[in-house]
Design a protein around this ligand. Structure first.
Ligand code: XMP
Length: 522
């Protein structure tokens, strides 16, 4: 390690805390925890060079955990030049071992790993453990190799039974490392450890709030679009709604929203979109009532893929026709979120203006994209929505597929079936809400299969449709589990649906997780 360079002053470190990704899910969680401490953070790939890193003027750098051992050939590394930039560094788990290895310490393959809850003994409070934390505390460990010897100049600040160097620091160089995971909830004092790094080592003020996000985006949107006209397709979903409200705050009447009412939305949803955006937010809104066109197009279409395709194509045609009538529209608002940006591997290219074709829109419709949410996680988008005055019904709306109820009606989609399903579905969601489960359940809805069965009501034989209730818990829709709804709640839903929706005489509950099922039925 060379002599420390003079550290850049706080005034020169006005950028985000950069979380270096070593290839697992850890980086996202760390970035979220940093943001929860009101410090803005972004994820960068470990291939970032010290020069590129310094250009971002980061308040600090966090090296995340990763799935590999530092001893494995091809294990991801960061250019050790980052330690000489004078920018504060915190290594976590794999990141801690990398700090040790790259700065001349020893990482040993002891054959004894630590997994799960582990007792940590703080020997020296140093900077990260502050003055209020207990000397022994529980931390979450997940490692196979251990740092056995800290690099020269480092003070060992904590250990465990199996790990002599569970935390270490070099205060002058502002390089810190912890073997445990401060970002997980199983490390009860973890957030405090992170906050000590952010506030006391990085000197980053806790100034990143949803209010500051809105102010910054308003400026950026104005700068990007000037006095041009901007359009936005509203779907009723939270992302497009918040994006539209944010752009509207920035440029007011320059924004026109297009809401294609397919007739395949949930009960009352179309009216609610119009009410919220036109009446309350006073956003210029073109409300295209296209239900008849959709039913005509879907007549006789039975195959799920054909249905999706038909619905998608019609949307594009209607949107194109409507947008074509808006003169000089040069920009299109997209509700892209940060996880999409990370997944597509373009995190560092976030500032590049895209001039490309979006969401299947025809080649000759060229828009520059306005993506005001591309640095935000979903829960942050919800907070921004609330701050912008959007109602809970929109901000906390559950995910809803683009093709709408079209993929929840098995077989041909007809106005009559949509009406039955909308009413049954409204009851399911109402009961979930009354039971206080709305935010716990990822999605809860009704499905209308293409069968009928015999029943009896008031001495009369019935021959009606069944409704299937689908309720799942999930983190990200990639996997899902069927929700263990209380029997009395299911009973209430069932009774109400059968009594209130004429034509439905049976209710079933879907107990399939994903995989092997999917959340939607088509
Ligand atoms: P599946 O059914 O594949 O759904 O388990 C995963 C998540 O995606 C939603 N979904 C869609 N969302 N357009 C969308 O915008 C679609 O075509 C679509 N299909 C499914 C679904 O509701 C669930 O949240």
């Amino acid at each position: 390690m060379t002599d420390p360079v003079p550290a850049p002053s706080v005034a020169d470190r006005t950028g985000p805390v950069l979380v270096v990704d070593f290839g697992a899910q850890y980086a996202q969680l760390i970035a979220r925890r940093v943001r929860e401490a009101h410090v803005y953070s972004e994820i960068v790939p470990h291939t970032i060079s010290p020069t590129e890193l310094a250009e971002r003027r980061p308040a600090g750098v966090i090296l995340s955990g990763g799935p590999k051992s530092v001893h494995v050939e091809g294990a991801p590394e960061i250019d050790p030049g980052v330690y000489d930039l004078g920018i504060p560094v915190l290594g976590i788990c794999y990141g801690a071992q990398l700090v040790a290895q790259q700065l001349g310490g020893t990482v040993a393959n002891t054959g004894i790993g630590e997994y799960g809850r582990t007792e940590l003994t703080v020997a020296d409070r140093g900077v990260l453990f502050g003055s209020t934390m207990p000397d022994t505390q529980q931390v979450w460990m997940s490692h196979f190799d251990s740092i056995s010897v800290a690099p020269e100049g480092f003070t060992v600040t904590a250990s465990t039974n199996q790990t002599p160097v569970a935390a270490m620091e070099h205060v002058e160089r502002r390089v810190h490392a912890v073997q445990f995971h401060p970002e997980v909830v199983h490390t009860p004092h973890g957030q405090q450890v992170l906050e000590h790094f952010l506030y006391d080592v990085c000197d980053a003020p806790p100034a990143w709030t949803m209010g500051s996000v809105i102010d910054a985006q308003v400026e950026l949107i104005r700068e990007q679009v000037g006095d041009a006209r901007v359009i936005c397709a509203l779907s009723g979903g939270v992302d497009s709604a918040v994006a539209a409200a944010l752009v509207h705050k920035a440029i007011g009447h320059q924004l026109t929203c297009v809401f294609v009412d397919t007739g395949l939305m949930r009960l009352g949803e179309g009216d609610q979109v119009v009410e919220t955006f036109q009446k309350h937010q006073r956003i210029e809104l073109i409300h295209v009532r296209a239900a008849d066109e959709y039913f005509a197009k879907l007549s006789g279409v039975l195959d799920p893929e054909d249905k999706r395709k038909a619905i998608g194509e019609l949307f594009i045609r209607i949107f194109e026709k409507t947008a074509g009538g808006i003169e000089d529209a040069a920009f299109l608002v997209q509700g892209t979120l940060y996880p999409d940006v990370i997944e597509s591997g373009t995190a560092t290219a976030a500032k590049i203006k895209s001039h490309h074709n979006v969401g299947g829109l025809p080649e000759d419709m060229q828009f520059e994209l306005v993506e005001p949410l591309r640095s935000l996680f979903k829960d942050e988008v919800r907070k921004v929505g609330t701050e912008l005055g959007l109602p809970d019904e929109i901000v906390w709306r559950q995910p809803f597929p683009g093709p709408g109820l079209g993929v929840r009606i098995i077989g041909e989609v007809t106005p009559e079936k949509v009406d039955l399903l909308q009413r049954a579905d409204a009851i399911v969601r109402e009961e979930i809400r009354s039971a206080g489960l709305e935010r716990e359940i990822w999605q809860a809805f009704a499905v209308l299969p293409d069968i009928r069965s015999v029943g009896v009501m008031g001495d009369e034989r019935t021959y009606g449709y069944p409704v299937i209730i689908r309720a799942v818990t999930s983190e990200d829709a990639m996997t899902a589990d069927w929700a263990r709804l209380p029997y009395d709640l299911l009973e209430r839903m069932s009774n109400r649906i059968i009594n209130e929706v004429d034509g439905i005489n049976r209710v079933a509950y879907d107990v399939t997780s994903k995989p092997p099922g999917t959340i939607e039925w088509e």
